[in-house]
Design a protein around this ligand. Structure first.
Ligand code: AMP
Length: 116
């Protein structure tokens, strides 16, 4: 995982590279994953470039709540009435590849457990 806070997601927020944006407000943005792992695969990210779940503090409580509620609304808007999976890959062992915290919304098929 890269140590810089400037990532491809910062470029998406600034509209410097294209993305299929499905939701945006002052704190968060949601866009379709470019390599979908399910029929619906959307990423919800804060505009603030927090690297990972490891880096959040109690001061991020409201922001993290906002991201969860945003994910809930984005999932509803995507028609995921039968459920979905929310994933936050964290650090190297967690499989995180982009150093800007993000919530994966995966849905539209039956998820399996355990994940790989
Ligand atoms: P993670 O492996 O949890 O860090 O997830 C990073 C995700 O970002 C992967 O699922 C990638 O497919 C996705 N991704 C990388 N670049 C882009 C991009 N330009 N637009 C949309 N999704 C992207």
């Amino acid at each position: 995982m890269s140590e810089t806070t400037e990532t491809i997601f910062s470029k998406i927020i600034r509209r410097e590279i294209p993305a299929d944006i499905v939701y945006e407000d002052e704190l968060a943005i949601a866009f379709k994953d470019v390599h979908p792992q399910a029929p619906v695969h959307i990423l919800v990210i804060p505009k603030q470039p927090i690297k990972s779940l490891v880096d959040i503090t109690s001061g991020d409580r409201d922001l993290m709540s906002h991201l969860l509620l945003t994910a809930q609304q984005v999932a509803i808007n995507a028609g995921l009435n039968n459920g979905y999976r929310l994933v936050i890959n964290t650090g190297n062992d967690g499989g995180q590849t982009v150093s800007h915290i993000h919530l994966h919304i995966l849905g539209g098929r039956q998820m399996t457990w355990p994940p790989g």
